[in-house]
Design a protein around this ligand. Structure first.
Ligand code: ADE
Length: 257
């Protein structure tokens, strides 16, 4: 698989993509990852990458010219299965998406920066807009590392133990891993669950599935409780706002009459 990453701040990518599993995948030739510095495609004395948004507003927008030039140069060399733009407004990246992307041959990733990317780039080239979560980080580089890591570790041969990617959390039914322990079997009076020491693989598998599901249930329940509490609080505030507005408008209506 080949991944081309386009970035205005390529230095952010170099270290994470050059360490650990990603380093090994690249060395083994299982993942070819090329980083492209947008500034190499910018023109003028200042090699300007961003500009003010038409129509006004806060923040700067990535100019179309350097991005068009960079993408066109890459498209001359090969075609791409996906051209991904990383943005908080994209569809949510998850394990299913990672699995799908890991089967592709060539993908291109555009890291957003500043306020965003000129829409014409998206309209002309982008096949998929992805978000790593409902929060805003400084640039798409952090998101690119997340996506690349999740995808590359799924390529056959990247992980030493071919089983481990399949048993990762989110590949299992519940989506959650069971707790894991290593030696010693007892530390400061804290014991490893007996079932893990008995060598009965069937029992261990059943225990792990049960523990994963229990944890999944706990986390999902707590988030839905949190959400319910927030919903109630939001409704209370909205009700208070409406009551306050009613009072004001009644007051002014009374004054008007
Ligand atoms: N760029 C800034 N925030 C992002 C997010 N949450 N996902 C993808 N790209 C981003």
């Amino acid at each position: 698989m080949r991944i081309d990453v386009i970035s205005a701040v390529p230095k952010i990518l170099e270290s994470p993509l050059g360490e650990s599993i990603l380093k090994r995948a690249r060395e083994k030739g299982l993942a070819e990852i090329a980083i492209h510095d947008l500034r190499d495609y910018a023109e003028g004395n200042y090699r300007q990458l961003d500009d003010k948004p038409f129509g006004g507003g806060a923040g700067m927008v990535l100019k179309p010219e350097p991005v068009f030039k960079c993408i066109n140069a890459l498209l001359k060399a090969r075609s791409y299965d996906e051209i991904i733009y990383l943005t908080p407004q994209g569809s949510k990246f998850n394990q299913k998406k990672a699995n799908q992307l890991s089967l592709k041959e060539n993908i291109m990733i555009i890291c957003g920066h500043y306020k965003g990317l000129d829409q014409r780039v998206i309209d002309k080239f982008v096949t998929c807009e992805l978000s790593i979560g409902d929060y805003v980080i400084t640039g798409g580089e952090g998101a690119a590392i997340v996506v690349i890591d999740a995808v590359v570790r799924l390529i056959p041969g990247v992980l030493g133990d071919s089983e481990s990617a399949l048993t990762d959390s989110f590949q299992t039914d519940s989506g959650f891993d069971a707790p894991v322990y290593t030696r010693p079997a007892e530390y400061e009076g804290l014991k490893v669950p007996e079932v893990l020491l008995n060598g009965n693989h069937k029992e261990i598998a059943e225990w792990r599935a049960k523990m994963g599901e229990e944890k999944f249930g706990k986390v999902k329940n707590s988030t839905s409780k949190d959400t319910a509490a927030k919903d109630t609080a939001a409704k209370d505030t909205a009700a208070k706002d409406t009551a306050a507005k009613d009072k004001t408008s009644k007051g002014s209506a009374a004054k008007d009459t």
